[in-house]
Design a protein around this ligand. Sequence first.
Ligand code: HEM
Length: 124
Amino acid sequence: MEPILIAGIVTVNLALVTYGIGIVTEQRSRRITKKVLRFLQVGVVLDIIATSFMIIGSGQGLSLHGYIGFSALAAMLSELIVAWRHRASHGSAEVPRWLHRWSRLTYGWWCVAYVAGAALVMGG
Ligand code: HEM
């Protein structure tokens, strides 16, 4: 396997943990704390790096995993933006129900992309 692809896989694992901490913290507290925002920000940066590495490493067009991966990255970016806006206008007030659900939904979808990537590697 290309070293850049391996670097992509290592980075995506860091993103999994970083997003995970951010989302679990939000799900428990129902608030967009500084910690939540910081972990989501770092997660998106790691996700962008990982996706870029995978695109370079794959050297071909998008596969099904690629499409799911892209949409998952877009979903997490939307989550970061809504979290950011909530924090900017409401501080650490409790999040509305839709935002609480959106956090869970976007991270769930991102995990689907993650599993699709892992299946790709295990399937050879
Ligand atoms: C949600 C996280 C992930 C995103 C956003 C993502 C995104 C991408 C993208 C955009 C590509 C390039 C286009 C393509 O080949 O379709 C790609 C390729 C690839 N990804 Fe991921 N990926 C993720 C997770 C993973 C994981 C967890 C693994 C393995 C453990 C993985 C392994 C691979 C491999 C091996 C390729 C190259 C496929 C090939 O050359 O046929 N990905 N990924």
